[in-house]
Structures are given as C-alpha cells and as structure tokens.
Design a protein around this ligand. Structure first.
Ligand SMILES: C=CC1=C(C)c2cc3[nH]c(cc4nc(cc5[nH]c(cc1n2)c(C)c5CCC(=O)O)C(CCC(=O)O)=C4C)c(C)c3C=C
Ligand code: FE2
Ligand code: FE2
Length: 357
C-alpha cells in the first residue's frame, strides 16, 4: 500500500498546551540538564553570551543543582514533578471538555515532552489548525515569547505547517479571574479567612521591564481585578514578586520582604495566592508554602496559608476551554467521511503516476 502522509485531506483543529518544564528526576544530573537548557535561553538571560556562559558553566551549573535537589525531593510525587503531573491532568481534562475530535497535546518549553514531539503527535492526528496556549496568564518575553521561539524553530523543520493561532496571555480574562476568585472563596470557606491576601507573582529582572516587557503591568491588573472580584478594600491585599535569582534588581516589592513586613506589622494569619502559576511547582510548593511559611512564623506571624494554583480545577479548565474556543472561531473541520480507504489509495496512486514516480 502506498501512503503519502502529507496528502491527507482531513482538517481538524488541535491544541498545544505549553508550560515551562521541570527536571525528569529530583537528582543532581537531571536538575543540571534542565538548568543548562533553561538558563541558556537568551530570552531568560539577556546578558551577552561571552559574559554569561562562563558564569553559567563555572558557577551555576556546578553549584545550583546541589542546592535544589532537596527542594525538588520535598515536592516530588509518585507521578513525578508536580508541574508535569498537573500538566497531564490539565491536558486530560481539556481533552474531555473539547472532545476527541480536537486533539490536545502537552509540551514543556524545557525538557520533556518537547514542543517538537508534541507537534508530531498533533500533525499525525490530522491537525491542520492549531491553537497554541502557553500556560502563562501574564505575557512576558521571558516565558511566552520563548515558547513562540521554540515553536517556530520546531516548525522550521517541517514541510506542511498548520494554520496557527497563538494566545499571548489571559491576565484579564473574566473566566480566569472568576476561577481565581472562586478558589480563594473556597479556601476561606474551608480554612477561615486570613487577615491579608498576598498575591505573589514570579519576578523578572527590572531591566527587562525598563526595556519594554509588559509583564509587571499585567500582574498588577490581574491583582486589581481579583481584589475587585473578592470585594477587598485597600490594605486587605497586596502584590509581591518572588523567585528572583542573582544580585541584580528584579521587580519589587519582593514577596519574602513583604511577608516579613506583614508579620512585623501584626498580621497573624496570611493567605498567599500565586495567580501567575497555572500549575503548582517548585516555586509555589517549596518556596512559598514551605519556606515563606517558615519565614512568616520566624518574623512573628502565626499561619501562612498557601492557596493552591488553579491546576485542573473545573473552573480553570472551563476558562482555558473558552479561550481556545474563541481563538479557533471560524475554523471549520473538513473530514474525509465520504471517501473510502480505497478511494484514498487510488488518489495517492494517481498522484504518483502523474508525477512519474
Ligand atoms: C534566572 C532567570 C529567570 C527568569 C527571568 C524567570 C522567569 C519566570 N519563571 C517562571 C516560572 C517558573 N520558574 C520556575 C523555576 C525557575 N525559574 C528560574 C529562573 C528564572 N525564571 C530558575 C533558575 C528556576 C529553577 C528553580 C530555581 O533555581 O529556583 C518554575 C518551576 C519549575 C519546576 O520545576 O517546578 C516555574 C513554573 C515565570 C512565570 C517567569 C516570568 C514571568
Ligand atoms: Fe522562573
Ligand atoms: Fe526559585
């Protein structure tokens, strides 16, 4: 039987979800492999290569994995790294929500499953219309743009590329804000309401903001919309930026400094939510829920309660599905339901004859 893969005529839309990536195992070599790829990305580290690579290879890759191994071990699950396990649960839930005719694939910007492998899976399923959804609500060049870089690099090696719609962010999407508000309310109903709600976002170097990255403003808008949805008054909530690396100035106020400050100002119970993380990961489960909770107590606070990321929460899945449905509006599926396998083969044969192959 002769098959010409690229002559498939059916057209369906598919979805590619992309998150940051995580080590394969909580071991020094696996963490080093992951950091090497992540921190070699010029979207993440803009320092000129000639200056950065000696620092990366001379200090960071030899030292940082050893520091991180215990942190990763403390959050690792039977299904692996939380970021990947939750990503798979989000993919499965979206697949159920969108139906079998819309294949949904999950990829990681760094590590596995790679964007190239996920693309191959989708193309093999007849996807000619592709919605790409980076799982970063607040656009930043360090994250969203880097996903685009990797996507277009992967497409460079393919002959028949799909029609694309890329979602660049959803920091003010009503479905997303409502899902966040409902998850805070649910947390308050179950555990009681803290005296203050701190909304903590991943920081980026201040220099990137000064050069035009809109991320800071998108974080502030998400925070304001969430505070409005929860009817919080000024003083009952604030914003912090976490997970900075190195000695340069990053977006502030720094979450760790805010936590100590709130404890010193007499706040005893503090709720912390990280609206920029679509899935829980090292930076929420270890840095915030473990480390910052200890720092809060050490500074005189009593309880820091971390409110989980939206993960595979049904309201989150519904918000993502709605973003996808709006992005693919106007695309109509074309199926080969009238064409039999034999007709298809005959068409392939005559193609070959015409071309004299
Ligand atoms: C050094 C530069 C970094 C920038 C800029 C940065 C931006 C950024 N990152 C996320 C989301 C995540 N980051 C995670 C881990 C992580 N981030 C950096 C560095 C930068 N991030 C490092 C070195 C690491 C590894 C861990 C560590 O060394 O602390 C993760 C978690 C991954 C996991 O395995 O669980 C996420 C998610 C965003 C959203 C962002 C900019 C907006
Ligand atoms: Fe990061
Ligand atoms: Fe970190």
């Amino acid at each position: 039987m002769i098959t010409i893969a690229e002559h498939r005529q059916d057209t369906r839309s598919g979805v590619l979800l992309v998150n940051l990536g995580t080590p394969d195992r909580p071991t020094v070599p696996a963490i080093r492999r992951y950091l090497r790829e992540f921190l070699s990305d010029p979207r993440v580290i803009e320092t000129p290569r000639a200056m950065w690579l000696p620092i990366l290879y001379g200090f960071i890759l030899p030292l940082r994995p050893r520091k991180l191994v215990h942190a990763y071990a403390s959050i690792w699950t039977s299904e692996g790294s939380p970021l990947l396990a939750i990503g798979r649960a989000q993919q499965a839930a979206l697949q159920r929500r969108l139906g079998e005719d819309t294949p949904v694939a999950l990829a990681m910007r760094y590590g596995r499953p790679s964007i190239g492998d996920a693309l191959d899976t989708l193309l093999a399923q007849g996807v000619r219309h592709l919605v790409v959804l980076p799982l970063y609500p607040q656009y930043s060049a360090t994250t969203t743009a880097s996903v685009y870089d990797a996507l277009f690099t992967a497409l460079k090696h393919r002959r028949w590329i799909p029609e694309l719609r890329t979602l660049s962010g959803y920091h003010d999407d009503a479905g997303y804000i409502d899902a966040l508000a409902a998850s805070v309310q649910r947390h308050w109903d179950r555990h009681g309401r803290g005296e203050h709600l701190l909304m903590s976002f991943h920081s980026i170097p201040l220099r990137y903001f000064q050069a035009g990255d809109p991320y800071y403003c998108f974080c502030q808008k998400t925070a304001r919309l969430l505070a409005n949805a929860l009817h919080l008054a000024d003083g009952q909530w604030s914003v912090g930026f976490q997970s900075r690396v190195g000695r340069a100035r990053w977006l502030s106020p720094y979450t760790d400094a805010r936590i100590t400050e709130l404890a010193r100002h007499g706040v005893r119970t503090l709720d912390v939510i990280c609206p920029g993380f679509a899935a829980d990961c090292l930076e929420t489960l270890e840095e915030v829920a473990q480390r910052y909770a200890r720092d809060f107590r050490a500074a005189g606070g009593e309880t820091l309660r971390y409110i989980p990321a939206l993960n595979a929460d049904p309201a989150h899945i519904e918000a993502l599905a709605s973003l996808i449905e709006r992005a693919r509006a106007g695309w109509t599926p074309v199926t080969q339901d009238q064409e039999t396998v034999h007709e298809r083969e005959r068409r392939a044969q005559s193609c070959l004859r015409i071309l004299g192959i």
